[in-house]
Design a protein around this ligand. Sequence first.
Ligand code: FDP
Length: 331
Amino acid sequence: MAPISLSEHLAAQRARGPHTPGVATIVGRLGRVAAVIAKELAHAALRDRLGYIGGVNVTGDEVKKLDIWGHEVVEAALRATGACAAFVSEEAKEPIEMTTEGGNPLVVCCDPVDGSSNLDVNGSVGTIFSLRPSRGQVPAGPAALGPGTDQVAAGYMMYGPATTMVYTAGQGTHGFTLDPETGEFFLTHPDITIKRRGKTYGVNEGNLHTWHPGQRAYVEYLRTPDRASGRPYSLRYSGAMVADVHRTLLDGGIFMYPADFTDPAKPKPKLRLLYEVAPMAMLVEQAGGRASTGMERVLDVRATEYHQRAAILIGSLDDVAQAEDFYRRPA
Ligand code: FDP
């Protein structure tokens, strides 16, 4: 059977049921951008494109040359679709408003190059995106604010040994692999279903002393041997959220970036809600998994700021439910 291309899959999904206009156009275009980003990453060291530009972005991260370049190519691609009314980017303080060609345009939230600390060591990085309806709002940027349940599509690209794209438009989660010769993505992982329980956990354990007591107790539990419940779990952590969530989707288990609870009155999460946490939550829920902040379902968290941060515990249903249970126990 001939392999199914991303554009064919998007058209088939559109024909299957109610759909939001513009989703296929934007997701298809982001697929083409991913092929360009993958090529640039492969040549970055040869073209002096690695390293920092000197400066920090709106959320205080040091900015790399490829962060800015990635932002610019995504912005140009979205502008060309005529279906994007506003672009919320990790690299821009305010949403970038765009001219559209009428008819229910969308707001796109995106981290063009996620996990950029991996860039200089040739580790995997990714692109994460989320689409929300603009509801005809002008300016459209504020339509990005609200709960994650507003998302109509979400996805990521992972630039590793192969370039992978995983997306959902609310009808399951599907994975594609880039054919570098043709620049086209083909369906390699249809209807991804995450295992109910896994055997691995991913978390930056260097931060252990800053965690909520429930988080500490849960990780201690995962490390404690018990043959009957499959413990200890194996630790896997790449330092790029896309790669860690991708492994969790395919193999099961749990990936966590908990908040810094040093001051329990002011917990400090790291990852950004609109273009990291919420899209991953939609993808994993569509694959039958679960995503929580430890206290509540991620998709119910209302964004009130574009660069708002949120904690995330994401992956297999039973693993995440158990982690939440540890958060509820008295310290
Ligand atoms: P990075 O800072 O390298 O861009 O987006 C934030 C992120 O990467 C995630 O991709 C990753 O999971 C996390 O931060 C890694 O943070 P630590 O270095 O604190 O573990």
